[in-house]
Design a protein around this ligand. Structure first.
Ligand SMILES: *Cc1c(COP(=O)(O)O)cnc(C)c1O
Length: 460
């Protein structure tokens, strides 16, 4: 019997949300008013919204039914216990601290574990993760493999940690100054690239030797598990669920933005295995998020999250989710558009440095490309380059990342194959007219996470 190759969705559509179609003139006005920053566009003015996969996924009917089962008690909500059980059963962590979203968990774990002068090695930075580490007095050190910085490398596990780099950091600073290794499953800033099980196991051995914890950024752990199943020898017959659990078992705790993998519009948590760290975190959540049985969430949000967590580790779901991303990626590759290879789990990353090689990094090639794509078709994407990288807090100098990317991020269960076709056509058209595109200059720069609110104007 021939096996079915299609990635078609394992769901049917029960409700639709109408979207506005705009003219080029309307879009030009909108992007000018938004300071050429796609984050500042009104959602209403966007046709296909690929800004982020964060909190933008479609919930299932089961999750919506769960919303009606919210127990909105201030303390001890039944939904908290459902969530605790879902986290324990799906991921294997013992203790749960709910937070309003991922950065709430990052804030707490950074405050609990990091002392001034500490060093936190990790497989490439993530914006909010690094900022919380820095605000707690730590310094992030990138120990990801070199391949991650090369958009053309086809290495299947670009999320891997370079063991030599990690050992060097341990040698240089000593294990006492390293509260934990910050390990992300699928590395967002590298283009949604996975870490292999083998690498994770080796990192575990090395860190255990030095008594260093691993704190897992598990935002897209199920997507990482899918790539391990597809690409890593010896895992083909394993379920996504069992791979997810195994990944988590090599770590000591995790921060989760449930707005990604876990298919909710809002929510997150910190999960821990060590009672003392948990105690501290549970004390702290009361200050910053809310009581330890709701952490800034409504009971109904926790219910939707516990259902979403279980849906996220289903093979057919993941096959369709990543299948759709690969479909878009393959179309662009066929048309010769430079993208990050291999195509990642949550989006297609356009290599703006190569596409707009006539625009210097100080004139924001990725920011420019994102604005052009919006003007062309109303497709909203996001800059992941020098604007996102920000400045070194000590020297005030710009970070100059090697990658200058535009991220086309695909929300889960929201758009159809026809939408992906429209996106591909628009990217290809902008690509073909790339020589006419001029860069931008920044006219307003906020102090923190500038990519969210910075404003730009076109160069003359
Ligand atoms: C989104 C994200 C976060 C932060 O989570 P929020 O829910 O947006 O606060 C942290 N790490 C990674 C890898 C993410 O993608």
């Amino acid at each position: 019997m021939k096996t079915r190759k299609s990635w078609a969705e394992p769901f049917k559509i029960k409700m639709v949300e109408l979207i506005k179609m705009t003219t080029p003139k309307q879009r030009l006005k909108a992007i000018r008013e938004a300071g050429y920053n796609t984050f500042l566009l009104k959602s209403e003015d966007v046709y296909i919204d690929l800004l982020t996969d964060s909190g933008t996924s479609a919930m299932s009917d089961q999750q919506w039914a769960g919303m009606m089962l919210g127990d909105e008690a201030y303390a001890g909500s039944r939904n908290f216990y459902h969530l605790e059980k879902a986290v324990q059963e799906t991921y294997g962590y013992k203790y749960l601290v709910p937070t309003h979203q991922g950065r709430g968990a990052e804030h707490i774990i950074s405050k609990v574990l990091i002392k001034k002068g500490d060093v936190i090695p990790g497989n490439m930075y993530f914006t909010t993760t690094r900022l919380h580490q820095e605000l707690a007095g730590g310094t992030f050190v990138d120990v990801i493999v070199d391949e991650a910085h090369d958009p053309q490398s086809d290495f299947p596990f670009k999320g891997n940690i370079d063991l030599q780099k990690l050992e060097d950091v341990i040698k240089k600073y000593g294990p006492k100054r390293i509260p934990y290794v910050s390990m992300a499953t699928t590395v967002n800033m590298a283009g949604g690239q996975p870490i292999s099980m083998e690498n994770l196991k080796t990192v575990r051995q090395l860190t255990q030797k030095h008594n260093i914890r691993i704190i897992h950024d598990m935002t897209r752990v199920a997507e990482n598990a899918y790539f391990i199943k597809e690409r890593e020898k010896g895992y083909r017959n394993r379920s996504i669920a069992s791979l997810v659990k195994e990944i988590c078992s090599y770590t000591d705790g995790a921060t989760m933005s449930a707005k990604k993998d876990a298919l909710v519009n809002i929510g997150g948590f910190l999960a821990l295995n060590d009672w003392n760290t948990f105690e501290e975190a549970r004390n702290m959540v009361v200050i910053y998020e809310g009581l330890h049985t709701y952490g800034g969430l409504a009971g109904r949000d926790m219910e939707a999250m516990s259902i979403g967590i279980r849906e996220s580790v289903d093979y057919d779901h993941m096959h369709a989710r990543i299948g759709q991303v690969l479909y878009l990626g393959d179309k662009l590759v066929e048309a010769g558009v430079p993208v990050v290879h291999p195509i990642g789990s949550h989006g297609v990353f356009l290599d703006a440095r190569t596409i707009l090689d006539h625009i210097p990094q100080d004139n924001y090639p990725a920011q420019t490309l994102a604005a052009e794509l919006y003007i062309n078709s109303g497709v909203r994407s996001m800059e992941r380059g020098i604007v996102s990288a920000g400045r070194n807090p000590k020297t005030g100098k710009n970070y100059y990342p090697k990658l200058e990317l535009v991220r086309l991020t695909i929300p889960r269960r929201v758009y159809t194959q026809a939408h992906m076709d429209v996106v591909a056509e628009s990217v290809i058209e902008v690509f073909e007219n790339r020589k006419k595109i001029k860069g931008l200059r920044m006219i307003y720069e906020p102090r923190y996470l500038r990519f969210f609110q910075a404003r730009f104007a076109p160069l003359k």
